[in-house]
Design a binder for this molecule. Structure first.
Ligand SMILES: [Zn+2]
Ligand SMILES: [Zn+2]
Length: 265
């Protein structure tokens, strides 16, 4: 009974922090987007109208993600997994990158599976967001979330990451994923296109808009070798680099409202 209580306390703490970060990022990125309307990726769509439904779904989906993290960390704490490596600053960066590489492979193949005929019914909810926003990152079905985020429940049985690395990775993925769904581009640069393995918001935005490309999470590596990268991804990033205006922190003035017919009659 004590073990169940400990697990629930751990889960509650991880859930509370994740929900807080979800709202901080959602409001923060929306604030930024209002000041940079020219950075909108899909100019003719307004994903913001789905905000309320996406927030509701996210509260449930984040719980599934946090259950996965809590199971992994609790199993490690109880000694049911391999004994964790001691944390040291010398190994923190390589271990963090290894955690990213393993998660990216997990995510890519789980995501490909979710696009097959049998599993797509679990993934369709996430694709209701055709033009994603900062609120869309966790608007995911519960089976879908268990498949794509199940990594955390499993990885510590295979690689003995220190718990702080797993938590830092989860935090980073929450931030990275929310920017990946922002709908506005802030990261277009040479480092986000070929031959760099890194990517920018346009990458996952194209997954939502074009549907059959760009399945990966952190890196373009798997999509490039599996032939699933959008054929217009690199050229689009290059074009954005050349055309995006400088970052603005002021709300642009509204366009003047044209007089109605009644006024001029
Ligand atoms: Zn998908
Ligand atoms: Zn998405």
């Amino acid at each position: 009974m004590d073990a169940v209580f400990e697990l629930l306390v751990l889960l509650a703490a991880i859930y509370a922090v994740t929900v807080a970060i979800y709202f901080i990022l959602g409001f923060g990125i929306s604030w930024m987007n209002d000041r940079n309307p020219e950075r909108r990726i899909q100019k003719t769509r307004r994903g913001e109208i789905r905000k309320a439904a996406e927030i509701r779904q996210s509260m449930a989906s984040i719980l599934v993600t946090c259950v996965s993290v809590a199971i992994g960390l609790f199993a490690q704490y109880k000694g049911w997994t391999m004994t964790a490596w001691d944390f040291s600053w010398w190994t923190a960066v390589p271990l963090f990158i290894l955690c990213m590489i393993l998660f990216d492979a997990w995510f890519y193949f789980a995501h490909r599976l979710l696009h097959t005929k049998f599993f797509y019914k679990y993934h369709a909810l996430h694709h209701r967001s055709v033009a994603p926003t900062a609120w869309s990152n966790d608007s995911i079905g519960l089976v879908d979330t268990a498949m794509s985020q199940g990594y955390y429940a499993v990885v510590l049985f295979v690689v003995p990451f220190p718990p702080v690395i797993v938590l830092a990775h989860r935090l980073f993925d929450q931030i990275n994923g929310t920017f990946g769904h922002a709908g506005f581009e802030y990261f277009a640069s040479k480092t986000a296109r070929y031959p760099s393995p890194m990517l920018c918001t346009t990458y996952h935005d194209q997954h939502h808009a074009q549907f059959r490309y760009n399945y990966a999470n952190f890196f373009s590596f798997w999509d490039r070798i599996m032939g699933t990268i959008s054929p217009v991804y690199d050229s689009k990033v290059e074009a954005l680099e050349a055309t995006l205006p400088p970052l603005s922190l002021k709300v642009p003035p509204r366009a003047p409202v044209s007089p109605s017919h009644g006024d001029t009659a």
